[in-house]
Design a protein around this ligand. Structure first.
Ligand code: E4P
Length: 218
């Protein structure tokens, strides 16, 4: 499974990119607002750090304006994936931008039928929002499983990008189901490495090592 980092914070992206964990980045208008940066400038900086797809979201709601914004965002770098919302206008923009040779990420997906439409419109990525479905008492992970089954039934090439990930469990379950990509907040990526038995085991090894009085270096 590919890991995208769900942030527009340059320092966080740089730090995680150095670990080799970052296959791409996703941003959205809320993340740009939180970063307090100008969208074109910060997106250009992200594309210079990360070779994989960097999602940049349009903010127009009519298809022609989405296409114009998407074309401008795509001109930032060859690895831009233009993010469009899962609306009829978004689907029209998806088709036009895909036909023009750009990667397109259809975002704000909350149903299997929406994912089916996005695949038929040629989306490179579909972004089902797990956490926001969980927030309203539904099972976000069931949507990932449904989309996996539908895409496999018909050999759609659209990649399932599990989004709105809030917990480490979301990552493991999405991977088990076969999501192609998970976009993960930096804090959750770091938590993936944690296990109490790792900490306990390391403490015990270090305590025994101290008793030997040895040093590997010097
Ligand atoms: C990424 O593409 C999405 O915009 C993001 O994962 C949404 O996450 P949220 O529901 O935590 O805002």
């Amino acid at each position: 499974m590919k890991f995208f980092i769900d942030t527009a914070e340059i320092d966080e992206i740089r730090e995680l990119a150095a670990t080799g964990m970052v296959d791409g980045v996703t941003t959205n208008p809320s993340l740009i607002m939180k970063a307090g940066r100008e969208i074109l400038e910060v997106t250009r900086e992200i594309c210079a750090i990360v070779d994989g797809p960097v999602s940049a979201e349009v903010t127009a709601t009519a298809s022609e304006a989405m296409i114009a914004e998407g074309t401008k965002l795509a001109a930032i770098a060859p690895n831009i994936a233009v993010k469009v919302p899962m609306t009829w206008d978004g689907l029209k923009a998806c088709k036009a931008l895909t036909d023009a040779g750009h990667m397109v990420n259809v975002t704000l997906c909350f149903s299997a039928n929406q994912a089916l439409l996005a695949a038929k419109a040629g989306a490179t990525f579909i972004s089902p929002f797990i956490g926001r479905l969980d927030d309203i008492g539904l099972e976000g992970m069931e949507l990932i499983a449904d989309i996996r089954q539908i895409y496999d039934n018909y050999q759609f090439e659209t990649q399932i990008l599990a989004a709105s990930i809030r917990t480490v469990n979301h990552v493991a379950v999405a991977a088990k189901i076969g999501a192609d990509v998970a976009t993960i907040p930096p804090a959750v990526v770091k938590k993936l490495a944690d296990h109490p038995l790792t900490d306990k085991g390391l403490d015990a090894f270090l305590a025994d090592w101290a008793k030997t009085g040895q040093k590997i270096l010097g």
